[in-house]
Design a protein around this ligand. Structure first.
Ligand code: SF4
Length: 489
């Protein structure tokens, strides 16, 4: 299967390209009318790894569009407050920042068309002659057209069919192994690389960093052979996390710097935010809390811009740890308090035990933390919770820093910064305690969340690349939410 580099398509002025951490998809924002209150847009997208047909020198692939409106500033807009369209409407983040909301029905009767020769300039006459039944032939770039109104034209099955929803009943590992086997059988190398990446992360969350590195290196080789830079950078970021788990922060930092540069070159702000957080973790592991603070501050500003409140709270807590490392008790307490308030506002159960650890830090006490967890497969209602939290690898990195001498090893008494660090690393353990506040979401809520993730451009098929969680497990936790607001808690 040919891998298309959508970055090569030149766009006309005013048309925006949505940054994708996975370059297998293209999403464009086409400006429409503007009135005193709203700027209207059309968000045009193609499915991940969409089927492209090539005939007579023209390439075509099925596309869908969603009408969206962006509230303009000004007194009138503010007085109107937030308007909501029909139930089921979605919110979006514009490529240049700012939010917009769906304001009409999704259309699936479109195609994106471009010339096979990327240097050719396409004329409207040629497009109209080729698709005379289309009611719309809109130029989006010198070599790119949107053809609409193809009521009788079959859209590609890839775009028309509902994307597959992974079963939350099956473990992420089993799902990843099945997808990997199917991709290999079909010779689908891009999907093989994604499945290897997911498998590597699962091994890491299972406490096997060396096995994880082996699998991620296979994924890296494959992405480089394919020339698939978006996937390559997804692998590199996760490989860096695995290196942090084996106390190799210098090598990890190099990989995160590479990922950050790539995210900035493609304007992918969500990937940039994640890379900054990981750079902060690597720098903290290198024993430089002041620089780590600066990285977390940059990531925090971006998390606020895109409205990722879960990451905002995590980053505040990580900043609290760095201030504590620097012996700055007041800012450490203030940051930690801010994090707790944010967790509480989102109804997250973490607020409770983070508060308890903060209280001990304030009073100069010590703690040994929760009991170590038993090994093996966890079953019962909290199994999903643990599986999801096992996917949140920041806590394990932070615990690793503790073992490296900047806090207490598990089971040993911690004081000072070690106490704040322990709150993070206790999360996985707390997930198993009855009464710790983790509740399961009803099946219909889980299903709706999974369907949203399955259709999302940031989904690998199993994992959300923005928060790093395996969505089958994440969807089952009532208090969880999508980091960019596609599904609320
Ligand atoms: S949680 Fe799901 S819907 Fe939200 S960004 Fe991640 S994959 Fe997309």
């Amino acid at each position: 299967m040919k891998v298309w580099d959508w970055q090569d398509l030149v766009l006309d002025n005013g048309i925006l390209r949505e940054s994708m951490s996975d370059g297998s998809r293209l999403v464009l924002w086409v400006p429409g009318a503007r009135d005193g209150t709203f700027q209207y847009w059309e968000r045009v997208g193609i499915a991940a790894r969409a089927e492209v047909t090539v005939a007579e020198g023209l390439c075509a692939t099925a596309a869908t569009s969603i009408p969206v409106r962006q509230r303009l500033g000004g007194l009138f807009g503010k007085l109107l407050g937030r308007l909501r369209e029909a139930k089921g409407s979605r919110d979006f983040v514009l490529p240049g920042g700012g939010s917009a909301e769906q304001c009409g029905e999704r259309a699936a009767d479109l195609m994106l068309v471009w010339a096979e020769d990327s240097n050719a300039v396409l004329e409207a006459d040629r497009i109209q002659a080729r698709w005379p039944e289309g009611g719309r032939h809109q130029r989006l770039g010198p070599n790119l057209y949107l053809v609409g109104g193809l009521q009788t034209q079959a859209t590609s099955p890839a775009a028309a069919a509902a994307p597959p929803v992974p079963s939350p009943e099956v473990s992420p590992r089993k799902n990843a192994e099945d997808i990997l086997a199917a991709a290999r059988q079909a010779g689908d190398r891009p999907n093989e690389a994604s499945a290897l990446t997911d498998l590597g992360i699962i091994l890491l969350s299972e406490g096997d960093p060396r096995g994880s590195i082996t699998v991620l290196e296979q994924a890296l080789t494959l992405t480089r052979q394919l020339g698939d830079r978006a996937r390559e950078n997804d692998v590199l970021g996760n490989l860096g996390l695995a290196l942090l788990h084996i106390q190799q922060p210098s090598r990890a930092r190099e990989l995160f710097e590479h990922v950050l540069a790539y995210a900035r070159s493609t304007g992918d702000r969500l990937a940039e935010k994640l890379a900054l957080e990981r750079l902060g973790l690597a720098t903290a592991s290198l024993g430089d809390p002041a620089r780590a603070l600066a990285f977390f501050e940059q990531a925090l500003a971006m998390a606020r811009q895109v409205g990722d409140r879960q990451q905002e709270a995590n980053l505040l807590w990580l900043q609290g740890i760095q201030h504590a490392e620097l012996g700055q008790r007041e800012p450490a307490t203030a940051k930690a308090q801010e994090a707790i308030a944010l967790f509480a506002k989102q109804g997250k159960p973490q607020a409770g035990w983070y508060g308890a650890y903060l209280q001990k830090y304030r009073m100069g006490l010590f703690d040994t933390g929760p009991e170590p967890q038993s090994q093996g497969v966890t079953t019962g209602p909290n199994a999903a919770t643990q599986a999801y939290l096992g996917g949140s690898l920041v806590a394990s990195v932070v615990a690793g820093q503790a073992q490296a001498g900047r806090g207490a090893a598990p089971g040993k008494a911690a004081t000072g910064p070690g106490l704040l660090r322990m709150a993070l690393s206790a999360t996985k353990a707390m997930a198993q305690f009855a009464g710790s506040g983790f509740q399961m979401s009803p099946p219909e809520v889980q299903q709706k969340r999974l369907q949203t993730c399955a259709a999302c451009e940031h989904h690998t098929g199993l994992r959300c690349k923005i928060c790093g969680c395996f969505t089958g497990a994440k969807s089952r936790i009532l208090h969880e939410s999508c980091p960019i607001g596609k599904w609320p808690a």
